[in-house]
Design a protein around this ligand. Structure first.
Ligand SMILES: [Zn+2]
Ligand SMILES: [Zn+2]
Length: 270
């Protein structure tokens, strides 16, 4: 099984050449239930975590362990859509799977050099008893695939106004909707554009005040009723990590490439 995005239903760049300068590449992870090892890229799998490093705890729920959400080896990406820091080849994302006053999960981004063989590794502590089950990803192997995206919510306002009549015309005549079917891929992905479901709230870096760069989107489902992006031949309800972030919303991670240590922030929508 190697889930792949269907070929694009329409030629976006021919229909809307104005979006070409905003083209970006993203890597969809296509997580599918499985038994990833700790040296594998995974969603909800075991992390490559050195035994002599303390396991991360939630800053809000003191003493409450975070859980593994995503691990991606740089070498597993078909394209380097996100620049890994020098000397780092492993991206790890954890979060606290408890509720945080309506803010859902509390994430943590870790960039590291994969520990060499022979280094003692930690075993993850069990999730806290108070964890929300819908914030605990089922262990999945990943099947990275690079795709082309164009902004939807992130399209400059003036350009959106100009293109909207043509978006509507294409939807009327050929059924496909720019925002839902032609612009950004749903699911869990690196790079590209955040898969916002609602008005974007892009963060600025708290240190340098510059706009932050999208790192990773983690959406509840790869299939928000979306035939343009859903790999064919699968039952959407049973194949993925079974996260439920609000309704069909997501968690979006951003980072600052200007400041040392790559500060990160997150947003979510429902
Ligand atoms: Zn917490
Ligand atoms: Zn900064």
């Amino acid at each position: 099984m190697n889930p792949r995005t269907p070929s694009r239903p329409l030629d976006v760049e021919r229909l809307f050449p104005e979006v070409v300068p905003h083209r970006r590449r993203a890597v969809r992870l296509h997580p599918r239930a499985g038994s990833p090892g700790r040296r594998d890229s995974s969603v909800g799998g075991p992390l490559l975590w050195p035994a002599d490093e303390p396991w991360p705890l939630c800053p809000e729920h003191s003493g409450s362990p975070m859980v593994a959400v995503v691990q991606v080896r740089r070498d597993d990406l078909p394209e380097q859509v996100v620049p890994y820091p020098a000397d780092r080849d492993l991206l790890q994302v954890l979060w606290c799977p408890r509720d945080h006053d309506g803010r859902w999960v509390e994430p943590l981004v870790v960039w590291r050099a994969a520990p060499a063989g022979g280094v003692a590794l930690a075993t993850a502590p069990p999730p806290p008893a108070e964890a929300e089950r819908v914030y605990l990803p089922r262990p999945c192997t990943v099947h990275p695939e690079a795709v082309t995206e164009y902004p939807s919510w992130d399209l400059p306002e003036e350009l959106w106004q100009r293109l909207e009549p043509r978006f509507e015309e294409v939807e009327r005549e050929r059924w496909w909707d720019y925002q839902n079917h032609l612009s950004t891929a749903p699911g869990i992905k690196l790079g590209g554009y955040p898969a916002w479901c609602q008005d974007p709230r892009r963060p600025d870096c708290r240190s340098c005040r510059s706009p932050m760069t999208h790192l990773l989107s983690i959406e509840s489902s790869e299939y928000p009723l979306n035939p343009a992006w859903g790999p064919a031949g699968e039952d959407p309800a049973t194949v993925g990590p079974e996260l439920r972030l609000g309704g069909l919303g997501g968690v979006y991670l951003f980072e600052c490439h200007r400041c040392p240590g790559r500060p990160f922030d997150h947003r979510f929508d429902r």
